[in-house]
Design a protein around this ligand. Sequence first.
Ligand code: XMP
Length: 512
Amino acid sequence: MQHSEFILILDFGSQYTQLIARRVRDLGVYSEIRPFSVDEKEIEALSPKGIILSGGPSSVYEKNAPLPGGNIFSLGIPILGICYGLQIIAYMNGGQVRAATHREYGRADLIIDDRADLFFDLDSSLPVWMSHGDHLTKIPPGFEVIGHTANSPVAAIRNSKKNIFGIQFHPEVVHTQRGDSIFRNFLFKVCDCAGNWSAASFVETTVEEIRKRIGTSKVLCALSGGVDSTVAAQLVAKAIHHQLTCVFVNTGLLRAREAEQVCDDYRHADFEFVYVEAQERFLDKLRNVIDPEKKRRIIGNEFIRVFEEQAGKIGGIKYLVQGTLYPDVIESVSTKGPSATIKTHHNVGGLPEKMGFQLVEPLRELFKDQVRRVGKELGIPSHILGRHPFPGPGLAVRILGEITPSRLDILRPADSIFIEELRKNNLYDKIWQAFAVLLPVQTVGVMGDERTYDNVIALRAVTSRDGMTADWANIPNDVLAHISNRIINEVKGVNRVVYDISSKPPSTIEWE
Ligand code: XMP
């Protein structure tokens, strides 16, 4: 997509590179991450308003250290180097970088020496986050120091003539206070950006592009009812309406009343909606299967089969819509170069390759929070946009051990009580994901005067920004107590409820 203004982020392998992209976009400027080795011609073609050099684990003086093409400093484009990015600027412009005697990790106080541009409107001292082993021992000609710390006499430099800035700390992490102001100053004071990326302009340009690309062809979409596939489908529908068919497959692994809810949501949509009843065939295939990865494979394959049948019935389909997001496509540590592997999206595993469709991925440039903003712009109701993520394999990975209709009948009401109580207590929207898990063990209990030997339900609720890391949610004890009481009293076959207090990492969000 062609953006009216664009910030290019060159990735030198920092774990924080994605955060830089997000910070810039949160300020209304479109940004994209590219491998550090992207060549000058491509940079010129992209014509960015500014370039940000990320941090990275290397040392500039190491053999094979990742360095950008030499000419990026003479393109006349403003540059901000962060941590390793600062060291690159110094090293490639005639300065000197050495291993520091004191490595600097964690919090430091930045003393600001000049507040004309990058540090405009900031206090004279600022808590910042450092993480570096190398530092500048000589600043390059044409540069001046604009900030220092007790340990680093050179913590920020500037070349006013060329609009090149380098900072030793990480403004993208939350531990650096006013990091957003530093980005804001770079974007609006230095690069002269207007900050006009908005959900509305995204919808307008994307719809136009989809219309042009698809013409009069037929398009298919696997709709799960979740946020990503819904927003992707609605964007495409806005462009081509009834040329789009959305297929919703009831795998039998959905939550209580989920299929009914999705059908209600789309009964009046301005695309074709097909409901496929496939509960029996999925449960048949899953009989006696215990291994989580085997469950995923079986479900993925069966999904493809159902989908193929539907595509065959409709006939003449050329495109397939997928709700792939930016974190799914970013080349992981791209210091390996432009050929670094691209993560594949696991929602609709293998569909396009096997079926020879061309992909339409209207969200592949967005983060989840931006997808929600686009969804709002499209008028999608908040009960859909606020939905917690739900994995493709559904309850199959939340029933540990064998999946049977009777075990589904235990998990569904337990899960639904949990979610209902979270909503009642205004906790649902504060939580990234919450669900119940049915364990493959039975424990002893006593109900009335009788001994029971019944199932255990585990409750899982986590807070997270993107699902990559997560903390267990601190739900008040009285709410947990009430949920536990209700599940044990109302769900036949359960005599114990436990709460999962593990973070990710080292645990994962799902139990399988
Ligand atoms: P984990 O359990 O890996 O989950 O911490 C991270 C996020 O991914 C979801 N998830 C899946 N989604 N197919 C999916 O479409 C899967 O096989 C799958 N496994 C996990 C999970 O619900 C969480 O949001």
